[in-house]
Design a protein around this ligand. Structure first.
Ligand SMILES: [Zn+2]
Length: 339
């Protein structure tokens, strides 16, 4: 019996020593200490042992079991340590390596100009409203007092999707949409992309941006319009800026005007920038035509209002002294990173 146990112990010791992974060690445990393990079968053979020898044999088996368990525990600890060290070595971080450089983008000059305009009008209590770029001809023209066969439809030739749906040629349809909702008073600007079937040149593009403005309330007069736009020009181009209103015609406003600001480059003396005139045209505006109010469900006897439209690119070109509009769309990094 003693020899059998010693043989088991030797074999277990050898197997444990050969175990180079935790699962192999577990196999050894099953093989020797498990329910059908070698040591267990020795215990099962106790019935053949003489009764007086049983305590002694039992003690020997227990000692053998304890030895095997100790050896296994030691090996397990060693294997786990090795595993941890290998893992640490594999995951080593070289803190001296240069970090990946984060590419931080920045805003496009159009966006900077838009945010500036929005800041000014939000400061005056305006809301920023957006509308669809694909628009009904009805909103783009008819509701703005430009019926079919009106020559203004030619001036704003755009891209038609069907006879009644088009890419909006102006941001003014957002006016009609807002008025139709019937929540009065209205004080809003509507920035967005617009489309015209224009050839690309230094001052034209088939796609550009406008910022529409609309105020509707009781007792709104041309004086409110003038004061608002004067304040806007001073905020945008500096406190010395003067404004000039020239009579003009737009189908959806009456009376209408175009607004020039004194050249912020030469202060109005005349220079290359303002083509010698001392003035630079920046926007169109006027009092909302009573017929437009009526078509949008507002009583023109009770309410009046004014509207204006600014070309966003025009603001960006002027403010950042860019002489070719195409630069704004070409996505040339060398150009864009200057802003
Ligand atoms: Zn000038």
């Amino acid at each position: 019996m003693k020899e059998t146990l010693q043989a088991i112990l030797d074999e277990a010791s050898e197997k444990i020593e050969q175990s180079d992974a935790l699962d192999k060690l577990n196999d050894v445990r099953v093989n020797f200490l498990g329910k059908k393990g070698q040591l267990t079968s020795v215990l099962k053979g106790m019935k053949d042992v003489a009764p007086e020898d049983r305590p002694k044999v039992g003690q020997m088996v227990n000692e053998a079991r304890a030895k095997i368990e100790t050896m296994m525990e030691e090996t397990k600890t060693r294997l786990e340590k090795e595993l941890r060290e290998a893992k640490m070595a594999a995951e080593v971080i070289d803190v001296t390596l240069p970090a990946k450089k984060a590419n931080v983008g920045h805003r496009h000059p159009n966006t900077i100009a838009l945010e500036e305009v929005e800041r000014i009008f939000i400061g005056m209590g305006y809301e920023v409203v957006e509308g669809p770029e694909v628009e009904y001809a009805d909103y783009n023209f008819t509701k703005l007092n430009i019926p079919e066969d009106h020559p203004a439809r030619d001036e704003q030739d755009t891209f038609f999707i069907t006879d009644s749906i088009l890419l909006r040629s102006q941001t003014s349809p957002v006016q009609a949409r807002t008025m139709e909702q019937g929540k009065l008073p209205i004080r809003m600007i509507a920035p967005g992309r617009v489309f015209r079937s224009d050839e690309v040149d230094a001052t034209h593009s088939p796609s550009f941006h406008q910022i529409e403005g609309l105020v509707i309330d009781k007792h709104i007069t041309f004086a409110d319009l003038k004061g608002t736009l004067e304040e806007f020009a001073k905020e945008l181009f500096g406190p010395e800026t003067k404004t000039k209103f020239r009579p003009h015609h737009f189908p959806f406003t009456e009376p209408s005007a175009e607004v020039d600001v004194s050249c912020f480059k030469c202060g109005g003396k005349g220079c290359r920038f303002c083509k010698g005139s001392g003035w630079i045209e920046i926007l169109g505006c006027g009092m909302v035509h009573p017929h437009v109010l009526e078509m949008c469900g507002i009583d023109p006897e009770e309410y009046t209002g004014f509207a204006f439209g600014v070309g966003l690119e025009r603001i960006a070109l002027l403010k950042y002294e860019i002489d070719d509009m195409r630069l704004l769309y070409e996505n040339d990094y060398r150009f864009l990173k200057q802003f």
